[in-house]
Design a protein around this ligand. Structure first.
Ligand code: FE
Length: 130
């Protein structure tokens, strides 16, 4: 996948301060606040930074965590995963494979066969109708 590389100044011009904080500074939105938290119905969740298609709405479920949750990313190389040892925990960070934007984390307590829960900031996402 062709990567997108921009400076922080360029990102700041395109993103809201809240989006910049999450996508470019690995921030986390407050749980329960995301615009797309309770979004239902068909569509594709794309990266709010670059438009890369990340999650199909069919994989979205209510985890009760307060963040949009998915069982799997769209097939192919939509996201990258990285070991994250910040905050005294060992977690797996999920980033957009195209622009490197921080999306959230993946945890091994999901409801589907693969057992994964992609816990994603609503601020990192936009929903496109199908
Ligand atoms: Fe992106």
């Amino acid at each position: 996948m062709a990567k997108i590389t921009k400076t922080d100044d360029e990102w700041r011009k395109e993103l809201s301060p809240e989006q910049f904080y999450v996508l470019r500074q690995k921030g986390t939105e407050r749980p329960g606040t995301g615009e797309l938290l309770n979004s239902k119905g068909p569509g594709t969740f794309v990266c709010a930074g670059c438009g890369n298609a990340l999650f199909d709405a069919q994989t979205k479920y209510d985890s009760g965590s307060g963040w949009p949750s998915f069982t799997a990313p769209i097939e192919g190389q939509a996201v990258d995963e990285h070991r994250d040892t910040t905050l005294g925990m060992v977690r797996t960070e999920v980033t957009c494979a195209k622009c490197g934007g921080h999306l959230g984390h993946v945890f091994p307590d999901g409801p589907a066969e693969n057992g994964l829960r992609y816990c994603i900031n609503s601020l990192s996402l936009k929903k496109e109708a199908k």
